[in-house]
Design a protein around this ligand. Structure first.
Ligand code: NAD
Ligand code: UFG
Length: 344
């Protein structure tokens, strides 16, 4: 299938491009490079041995995005483009709503006008808020999002569901097919160690913080709280290897091909690890020390969040193959080989 990948130069997008090409799909990437580097795509080309048509386009720029969509006649769009820093979104709400909401609205309109009404959207487990029960199934109600970033994911899910519903109600002969993928906590990197997550400034997320401590860029990890109601008191999350996550997108094309209407899938492993579990696994697998200090709880954090990923297995035949050992190994390989990210 010919697939438009928005945000394809970013962390999850670049890994997904590899898996799409490996599965025989034709990929075109658009990205405005606000949080990524074209070097990532060059490295992907090296890994796959295939060229990636790339357009430096902001998805809010209707004319430019229309030109690309019109030219290629895509079978599906996989939509990663967006701003994603939870903490930053609290201080820059307008920028987050403008980029993520306006950008997606323009993209959806352009896709529709060009009769490409198939989309796979990067949503997040954050839409569940503080879950009443774990593991979280797709049936669990959405919860309160405590930050503008999370709001954009929740709102955009609703926008797309409403657009699909309108097509059904009006018996549109070419209705939308929409797959909403709720990612849990993606970490890890491609096994080559040449692409990976490259956060700007001091990382907010656990794994990039750990790897930057291990490589000597940061002194020690701060663990946000040790008094949660979890086995060791630290927060529990469902970490998923980014390559497994990428493959989840390839498998989701099956739902699109089967004209799914709207489908929601959790993409996680179903296993929860605490912060201390991750630190220990990282140290053991890589033979490096990660000094840490216990700090106050971080505002907005929840105790436990992990998925029931069985729907994706039943309907798409997808399940995560890698465990915490591979996640720690590959995150470290990327960081060790690229202490300054994509700077060459
Ligand atoms: P990323 O920042 O590495 O990738 C996003 C890409 O989108 C970047 O390359 C950026 O330059 C591009 N982009 C942003 N705004 C754009 C615009 N207006 N026009 C064109 N390109 C634009 O982030 P990621 O971790 O790869 O995340 C990909 C998607 O998955 C995002 O939508 C994110 O919200 C979502 N998500 C990520 C996580 C996570 O923990 N990484 C968890 C849940 C959901
Ligand atoms: N943590 C620390 N120290 C740090 C960073 C994190 O102790 O320096 C802890 C957190 O308190 C939490 C766990 O590590 O218990 C994971 O935190 P992350 O910041 O890595 O991830 P979150 O679960 O908070 O959020 C991430 C993304 C969200 C996404 C969510 C679910 O940042 O965008 O996963 O997919 F919505």
């Amino acid at each position: 299938m010919k697939i438009l990948v928005t945000g394809g130069a970013g962390y999850i997008g670049s890994h997904t491009v590899i898996e799409l090409q490996a599965a025989g799909h034709d990929v075109v990437v658009v990205d405005n490079l606000v949080n990524s580097s074209e070097i990532a795509l060059k490295r992907v080309e090296k890994i796959t041995g295939k060229e990636i048509p790339f357009y430096k386009v902001d998805i809010r720029d209707r004319e430019s995005i229309d030109r690309v969509v019109h030219q290629f006649k895509f079978g599906c769009c996989i939509h990663f483009a967006g701003l994603k820093a939870v903490g930053e979104s609290v201080f820059l709400p307008w920028e987050y709503y403008n980029n993520n909401i306006t950008g997606t609205l323009v993209l959806l309109d352009v896709l529709k006008k060009n009769s490409c009404k198939n989309i796979i959207f990067s949503s997040s487990a954050t839409v569940y808020g503080n879950p009443a029960v774990v593991p979280i199934t797709e049936e669990c109600p959405k919860g309160e999002c405590t930050n503008p970033y999370g709001q954009t994911k929740s709102m955009l899910e609703q926008v797309m569901m409403d657009m699909q519903k309108a097509d059904v109600v009006s018996s549109d002969p070419n209705p939308w097919n929409i797959v909403l993928l709720r990612y849990f906590n993606p970490i890890g990197a491609h096994k080559s160690g040449t692409i990976g997550e490259n956060p700007n400034g001091v990382p907010n997320n656990l794994m990039p913080y750990i790897t930057q401590v291990a490589v000597g860029k940061l002194e020690r990890l701060g663990i946000f709280g040790c008094d949660y109601d979890t086995p060791d008191g630290t927060g529990v999350r469902d970490y998923i290897h980014v390559v497994d996550l990428a493959r989840g997108h390839v498998k989701s094309l099956k739902a699109i091909e089967e004209k799914c209407g709207v489908e929601i899938f959790n993409l996680g492993t179903g296993v929860g690890y605490s912060v201390l579990d991750v630190v220990k696994a990282f140290e053991e697998e890589n033979g490096v020390k990660v000094p840490y200090v216990i700090k106050e709880r971080r505002a907005g954090d929840i105790a436990e969040c992990y998925s029931d990923p069985s729907k994706a297995y039943e309907k798409l035949g997808w399940k995560a193959e890698y465990g915490i050992v591979e996640m720690c190994r590959d995150s470290w390989k990327w960081q060790k080989n690229n202490p300054n990210g994509f700077e060459e």
